[in-house]
Design a protein around this ligand. Structure first.
Ligand code: HEC
Ligand code: HEC
Length: 158
């Protein structure tokens, strides 16, 4: 038993030594985090500020999950309880003054509309996210569809 422990200890020490050797720590390309090596763990960036409290935002394309225009800190969403549906369910929406989840949220995988929100749409923050005041990690050249169409029209008339 003692021998086994000694062997395991040696093996783990060897692995630590290997991990630190330069051959296993190649330098990483500058991606979303600056420089460093693949094996290196940098300091975590600061947590972004509270979600912006804004009015409902225009969607960039019709099937975009709308972003959440309010704070959701501490909202419980688990197997037993869904805080979002407290305001966004079919029954609660009118009195909460919130938009009801759309009919797609009731469709099962065969597009059959069910009485309850389908399990596939139960965990709301899989698709809907609040917006923070965080700086964008990288520039985006995304253009909303209206702009693409406008530019296309102009191209044709030339
Ligand atoms: C206390 C009630 C309440 C709760 C709880 C709540 N919401 Fe809302 N939500 C609202 C109201 C009211 C609006 C409309 C705000 C407005 O019109 O400015 C809204 C707007 C939204 C919108 C924007 C819809 C659109 O078409 O732009 C999304 C998405 C949303 N909520 C998602 C969520 C999610 C996800 C949760 C749970 C994490 C949640 N909400 C919890 C009241 C609530
Ligand atoms: C799998 C992704 C997904 C999940 C999970 C999801 N949604 Fe959505 N949601 C969407 C998409 C996409 C749209 C816009 C198109 C549509 O209505 O299907 C939308 C639209 C909405 C809208 C706007 C409805 C309208 O008519 O303007 C509300 C409000 C909303 N979702 C709330 C919720 C809540 C609350 C939950 C959790 C119970 C949830 N969503 C879960 C993708 C999702």
């Amino acid at each position: 038993m003692k021998k086994l422990i000694a062997v395991l200890l040696m093996a783990s020490l060897a692995m630590v030594a290997l991990a630190e050797s330069p051959s296993l720590s190649p330098s990483a390309p500058d991606g979303l985090r600056d420089g460093g090596t693949l094996g290196e763990v940098g300091a975590a960036p600061p947590i972004a500020g509270d979600p912006r409290e804004v009015k409902r935002e225009v969607r960039n394309y019709p099937e975009q999950p709308p972003v959440i225009p309010h704070n959701i800190r501490g909202y419980q969403v688990d197997k037993r309880f869904n805080r979002c549906l407290d305001c966004h369910s079919r029954q609660a929406a009118p009195s909460a003054g919130a938009p009801m989840v759309s009919v797609t949220h009731f469709m099962d995988r065969n597009f059959q509309v069910r009485a309850e929100v389908t399990p596939g749409r139960y965990f709301c923050t899989q698709c809907h996210v609040p917006q923070t005041d965080a700086e964008a990690l990288m520039d985006s050249d995304f253009k909303p569809i209206d702009q693409v169409i406008r530019e296309g029209d102009r191209g044709e008339s030339q």
